[in-house]
Design a protein around this ligand. Sequence first.
Ligand code: DC
Length: 221
Amino acid sequence: MTSKQRLVIAIDGPAAAGKGTLARRIADHYDLAFLDTGALYRAVGLAMLRSGLDPDDAEAAERMARNLDLKLLEDPELRTLKAGEAASKVARHAGVRAALLDFQRDFARNAPNGAVLDGRDIGTVVLPDADVKLFVTARAEVRAERRYRELKEQGKDVSFEEVLAQVKERDARDAARATAPMKPAPDAHLLDTSEMDICAAFRAAREIIDAHMAGRTGERG
Ligand code: DC
């Protein structure tokens, strides 16, 4: 009777808005499975680069996505700027997106307590029926600063200007593509983290999720 209800949470937003860290915290807190869907696109992008293929080649990228080696999801090179750029390119191909769609939906469906998926089109395309949708953003300069610090900590030799230019270029490509462009679902809660640290963002997200769960209990009672 008191069985816990499943909870499916969609988190979307641009690169380096803090949605990955936030999504992991939410998954831990509510005991949900977590899928970083950007890693799937990065894995396809990286596989293309390693095979000497052009990420703009739609047919080759779709073939790669259909035969994706999931071991790549653990590859340290997945986090590099190069892999991110290749990911953003392969993510424009409708065939690649279709190939990755079932994997993402099955993941959410099969997680016993429910799941948190983070990406660009989770609330709009992958899981339009998600219980809670968050669209996490921050100003481009703030996001570039965060990414720049991360890369510096990893010992990478990059300039802030270079990172800012890449953040803006990736935003433009992700938002302008014809298939599943990055945009908030009409029923998404917007969370601008420009002036928030991760603790404040987590608190704000929890308020939204807890309010949803309280409403759901109310409906049943
Ligand atoms: O979140 P990320 O930086 O790891 O994502 C890498 C690229 O993958 C991003 O530029 C756009 C693409 N992506 C997507 O198109 N749809 C998703 N659900 C997740 C990522």
